[in-house]
Design a protein around this ligand. Structure first.
Ligand code: BGC
Length: 771
């Protein structure tokens, strides 16, 4: 009897001890040991609160109702171990959540930040880092734990529909800018998900597209930015992409997610899938795709069954689970942070307004028409986008912003009057065009997720232009483009169309007849044709999609309140056909086709089932500079309201780290900032290489006329290397290198020779080219 009581006591004690085991950062292994198979399987799969993706069964939840409405997903919870759900919301241009909640008068608007491309065009890692911490505080105050961004795929071709979310055609720019924003966001104690890893460079058939690329091309271009980013910022999570690389889904690739990402680069944190239907669950788990998102009940069952029948190993599951729990214990939600649901949007708007001009690019400024003379007070605004600026793109990268300042308002705030007659004409036209566009969308018009068809410019007679030129002191013509997730841009989206050409030409001719100037604003998320714009303008400002303060930021630049100091992070070709990858890029498949055409058929279509990266390293300036091919505007190009002189360039080495420095002096009449680029030419060796490649960059502070600043840029011997497939290694050749200190890829100002020693960094023979 006594023994029985002791045994019963021990059982009760141990079960009460079990019940008391609550997760904390120090007992993760013990919690894992304690979990049942079902509990483990549950934690490895994301949680969707009754939201059903692709009609699959979701995780059943007795308390259905999202924690943060409109967020993209969550991790599962486990009450027994005190593990709460944590929340993932989309980015990257702001926190993507619903602005409205049922029976709640409060609005949950989020700041609309400038698109990723504009941020990169600042070439300013400090500024991007500061934007990141502003963004991070908003993430935290809305109760979100991880923002699903930054997007950092390479801009392989101008037509990729999501290029606006991305940074550059160059992996150094992508990697360094991504690291800067991640360090900023994560400094607030929330996480990011750097996406989409990897080679997700087109939207056409993105979930089934097989990327065929050589190991060298992958290593030097499509993986390099991620490598730099991982080493400089250790993001809390990385999102594996939808596509295949050389025949293997990235989400199922141990080579990519474990061998390269963790073993070679030292990534320590969590990998989650892009929002995917059930795939080969066992392969995903084994590859090191720790968390399956958004997640469904079928996947939970497959993991549980797999563990029981041995097709999924306990070691893999425990390893993935450990990374999930290590992530969870870092989150604000786990740590009981009391979020306010009330970030300081006003203060953030001020930051956004001042930041955007630093990434706007002045492409033309004939006769210094900009900044506008203070006497210029009356403007004729052409182009429907002038009256309705695009602050960002569509899809998951869109944000429910409280407002977007359009150009009318922005100019008004700057004391410039708008021509009323044109304002009336355009507002009527917009109502009509908007209605047309919505009816073309049919049943899909209720969703703001899908990109809208391009709205044509109204056809106006010669007298409208002549009268406007009579009434006003100058003209602004805005050319706008918007694109988004799930859809690549078509050729006509790149080209200036007949209706736009007519508007540009008529405005230019009418205003020039009166000796008045025409300024063109490009409110675009990606590269477009510019020859006609160049021809029919006095000045061109590439404003990108600058976030919710759009009109104010643009007006600040036009009036000279803030100088535009952005430079291009991608080449602007004269024609799409000049870009080598255009041969192997889809054209014409829309999201609607993807819904209505059978997957098998899509997979057979050119550059949809399979995309061969036959252009190899001939991407962007690497091609244009090496081939001596003319561009509309080269990589790194951007004019300024002043001029800068470069002097005293030098390169010094210490322990394999090179410091390149140059003194930049403002020799013009207005204050501004200069983005300095460092390109390196390697000595002739075994491998053919681009003529030069960017390895570092820097940006001056605001320099007053006559003021100078020494800019220092660092790089390491390792980053001088090219990938030699015969050795499966990054090999730095010994010899004399040339450092080019440049204002753009086409405008080298100073050259310095320096010596490097040989170095070989062995890698694994993985991601082999599929024949
Ligand atoms: C997109 C991701 C996004 C996710 C969640 C996917 O379709 O590709 O970028 O984060 O959805 O909304």
């Amino acid at each position: 009897m006594k023994n029985a009581i002791i045994i019963l006591g021990a059982v009760l004690l141990s079960s009460s001890l079990t019940a008391q085991l609550k997760l904390n950062p120090k007992n993760i292994d013990a919690v894992i040991k304690e979990m049942t198979i079902e509990e483990k399987a549950n934690m490895l799969v994301g949680y969707t609160f009754g939201k059903s993706y692709w009609g699959l069964p979701t995780n059943p939840d007795p308390n259905a109702g999202a924690i943060v409405l409109g967020a993209a997903g969550n991790t599962a919870k486990n009450d027994r171990f005190g593990i709460p759900h944590t929340v993932f919301a989309d980015g990257p241009a702001g926190v993507h959540i619903s602005a409205e909640r049922p029976n709640d008068p409060q609005k949950y608007y989020c700041s609309g930040f400038p698109i990723g491309t504009l941020l990169a065009s600042t070439w300013d890692t400090e500024l991007v880092n500061a934007i990141g911490s502003t963004f991070g505080s908003e993430v935290k105050e809305y109760g979100v734990d991880v923002i699903l961004g930054p997007g950092m795929n390479l801009m392989r071709n101008p037509l990729c529909g999501r290029n606006f979310e991305y940074y550059s055609e160059d992996p150094f720019v992508s990697g360094l800018i991504a690291a800067a924003i991640i360090n900023g966001i994560q400094s607030k104690g929330v996480g990011v998900s750097a996406k989409h890893f990897a080679a997700n460079n087109q939207e056409g058939n993105r979930t089934h597209n097989n990327v065929i690329a050589s190991q060298r091309v992958l290593r030097e271009l499509y993986l390099k930015g991620f490598e730099i980013m991982v080493k400089k910022s250790q993001p809390w999570t990385i999102m594996s992409s939808y596509n295949y690389i050389n025949g293997v889904y990235t989400q199922e690739s141990e080579d990519l997610l474990t061998t390269i990402l963790r073993d070679e680069w030292g990534f320590k944190n969590l990998v989650l899938t892009d929002w995917t239907n059930t795939r080969n669950t066992a392969a995903q788990v084994h590859a090191g795709n720790d968390l399956l998102t958004p997640g469904n009940a079928e996947q939970i069952k497959q993991i549980g069954d797999g563990l029981k029948n041995g097709s999924i190993s306990m070691a893999d599951v425990d390893r993935n689970l450990k990374r999930i729990l290590e992530y969870i214990v870092k989150t604000p939600r786990f740590n009981g942070y009391k979020f306010s649901n009330n970030p300081d949007l006003k203060a953030h708007a001020e930051i956004i307004r001042k930041a955007a001009p630093q990434g706007m690019v002045l492409l033309k400024n004939e006769g210094n028409v900009l900044p506008l003379a203070s006497s210029m007070k009356k403007v004729a605004l052409f182009g429907h986008t002038s009256y309705h600026l695009y602050a960002g793109g569509s899809g998951s990268g869109d944000v429910n912003k409280p407002y977007v300042v359009d150009l009318v308002e922005g100019l008004k705030n700057a004391g410039i009057r708008i021509d009323d007659t044109l304002n009336t004409v355009y507002s009527k036209y917009r109502d009509y065009a908007h209605h047309e566009a919505e009816s073309e969308m049919g049943a899909f018009s209720s969703s703001s997720y899908f990109p809208r068809p391009r709205v044509k410019e109204p056809q106006m007679g010669i007298f409208t232009y002549a009268n406007a030129a009579e009434r006003n002191e100058f003209a602004i013509v805005t050319v706008g483009r918007s694109s988004g997730e799930g859809n690549d841009r078509a050729f006509e989206d790149f080209n200036i169309n007949a209706d736009e050409l007519d508007m540009l030409k008529q405005t230019y001719e009418a205003f020039h007849k009166k000796g008045k100037k025409v300024i063109v604003i490009l409110n675009v998320g990606g590269v477009i044709e510019t020859a006609p714009v160049q021809k029919y303008s006095d000045a061109i400002l590439l404003a990108w999609q600058p976030g919710m303060e759009a009109g104010n930021s643009i007006a600040d630049v036009l009036t000279g309140k803030t100088a535009p100091s952005g430079k291009l992070t991608m080449t602007w070709p004269e024609a799409l056909a000049d870009v080598p990858s255009t041969k192997n890029f889809p054209n014409g498949l829309t999201w609607r086709d993807e819904i209505f055409v059978k997957q098998d058929e899509i997979n057979k279509m050119p550059n949809l089932g399979e995309t061969r990266y036959d252009e190899g390293l001939d991407v962007g300036y690497r091609y244009f500079q090496t081939a001596g091919k003319k561009t509309a505007y080269p990589f790194g190009f951007g004019m300024n309201y002043t001029q800068f002189e470069y002097a005293n360039a030098s390169v010094k080495e210490k322990n394999g780290v090179y410091t390149a420095s140059v003194t930049v002096k403002n020799i013009g009449k207005l204050s501004s900032r200069e983005a300095v680029q460092l390109y390196i030419t390697a000595p002739k060796g075994k491998l053919a290489k681009p003529v030069y490649e960017l390895k570092a960059f820097g940006k001056t502070k605001e320099l007053q006329p006559g003021e100078s600043q020494k800019i220092e840029m660092t790089f390491t011997n390792y980053y001088l290397a090219s990938y030699d497939e015969s050795e499966q290694a990054f090999v730095t050749d010994k010899g004399v290198y040339v450092a080019h200190f440049a204002a753009s890829a086409d405008d080298i100002r100073q050259n310095v020779n320096f010596k490097a020693v040989a170095q070989t960094v062995k890698c694994h023979d993985v991601l082999k080219l599929q024949p």
